[in-house]
Design a protein around this ligand. Structure first.
Ligand SMILES: NC(=O)c1ccc[n+]([C@@H]2O[C@H](COP(=O)([O-])OP(=O)(O)OC[C@H]3O[C@@H](n4cnc5c(N)ncnc54)[C@H](O)[C@@H]3O)[C@@H](O)[C@H]2O)c1
Ligand SMILES: [Zn+2]
Length: 365
């Protein structure tokens, strides 16, 4: 068992990481002082796999659980789906003190958190993340959202959960490509914060991707989840609302979002685009003289070893630049990047369009 705290004064909360934790969530929540009705928000896939373990544990601990399912997939992360969740919460007479439990990947977590932030002006909620991405990234930090037809995550709120319960055993059923996608974010933490962690990932790359899916009992993976959560907790604790240092978590993401848009949503998984984006951000850093060439080389080698793509697909540089200019991180026409100084250390820097164009012209040849 490992316990990490996200330190946010009266909004502080624990991240509990333990194999087999899922069935103990009910009793732990009861120990935390919750009782009565609880709404488990999930999707049909995750419900089929883990719904009974969670609701069984809740019942044993004296809770009265109701399950609310939303359709699987990013397409369901809409206001309309949220509205359907409100209908169920109201129908089931959920009150202010009742708990919402998000059981699933980032989609379920983001929308359940959003519903919790807004239903009755805010009810308590906890995360039970079941994808690697959700365990190392989306369940920690209190960003909740739904998508708008004009763009991803445009409607949302910062609203912290009361706890995050991570059971790495749930990763045993996860698709291998989903697992690799989550590993890209794990690598990100090493690059932005902890060079020893990066080196550890280099040593354990083979174990992390052992075919077909690493046994979730693999210590390397559990350790990687733990260290990732510690780093995210520390960064979020220092800057809850992303007015400063929290933006380093966007390392690789400016390029990644442009690639996702340019290639058409769905062609690359988010983590795959982040993988390519991180290599590009490191290459750009080297080109600007901010770090030496060994930094992008090591990042590229590790991501390749983890089975992630590292090469920019054939996309128009102009289209990528245009798309980056529409990104949230633009200040006065110059695009703001998270760039590498050395492994474990990044900096924020604005890069102008001409520089970027020059970079692309050497990069794509
Ligand atoms: N809030 C944040 O800070 C934050 C950070 C990063 C990403 N996100 C959001 O997270 C979302 C992506 O999350 P995701 O990658 O987890 O995708 P996802 O939630 O769509 O899950 C991926 C797939 O895996 C399935 N699944 C989930 N757990 C499983 C399990 N244990 N076994 C088998 N299948 C399982 C799901 O049903 C789904 O089909 C995006 O909407 C993104 O915007 C939010
Ligand atoms: Zn990401």
């Amino acid at each position: 068992l490992s316990l990490i705290t996200v330190e946010l004064e009266d909004r502080s909360y624990p991240i509990i990481l333990k194999r087999g934790l899922l069935s103990e969530v009910g009793s732990t929540l009861s120990d935390m002082g919750f009782s009565g009705r609880a709404a488990v928000v999930t999707n049909p896939v995750v419900e089929g796999l883990y719904g009974a373990a969670v609701t069984g544990g809740l019942k044993d601990a004296g809770f009265d659980p109701v399950v609310i399912t939303i359709p699987d997939g990013e397409g369901a992360k809409t206001l309309e789906t949220a509205s359907g969740i409100y209908d169920e919460l109201i129908k089931n007479k959920m009150e202010r003190s009742n708990l919402i439990i998000a059981l699933g990947g980032g989609v379920v977590g983001d929308i359940a958190g959003f519903a919790a932030a807004t239903y009755l002006r805010g009810v308590p909620y906890v995360h039970l993340p079941t994808t690697l991405l959700a365990q190392v990234d989306s369940s920690v930090g209190g960003k909740t959202a739904v998508n708008h037809p004009m763009g991803k995550n445009l409607i949302g709120a910062f609203y912290q959960p009361k706890a995050v319960f991570i059971d790495p055993e749930t990763l045993k059923t996860l698709d291998g490509a989903e697992l690799k996608s989550g590993l890209a974010e794990v690598v990100k933490y090493g690059v932005i914060w902890d060079k020893d962690f990066f080196a550890l990932l280099e040593e354990s790359a083979a174990a992390l991707t052992a075919a077909p899916v690493p046994t979730a009992s693999g210590d390397e993976l559990v350790k990687a989840i733990e260290r990732s959560c510690e780093i995210k907790a520390e960064v979020v604790g220092a800057d809850e609302r992303e007015t400063g240092i929290r933006s380093i978590l966007n390392f690789g993401h400016t390029f990644a979002h442009a690639i996702e848009t340019g290639a058409g949503y769905g062609r690359f998984k988010h983590g795959e685009a982040v993988s390519i984006g991180m290599v590009m951000a490191a290459e750009l850093s080297a080109r600007l003289g901010l770090c030496n060439d060994s930094v992008p080389a090591r990042i590229k080698a590790l991501l390749s070893a983890l089975g992630l793509p590292v090469d920019l697909p054939e996309l128009s540089a102009e289209a990528l630049i245009e798309s980056m200019k529409l990104d949230k991180k633009v200040a006065g026409g110059r695009i703001r990047f998270v760039l590498t100084a050395e492994l474990g250390k990044v900096l924020l820097k604005e890069v102008d369009e001409e520089e970027l164009r020059a970079f692309f012209s050497v990069y794509s040849t």
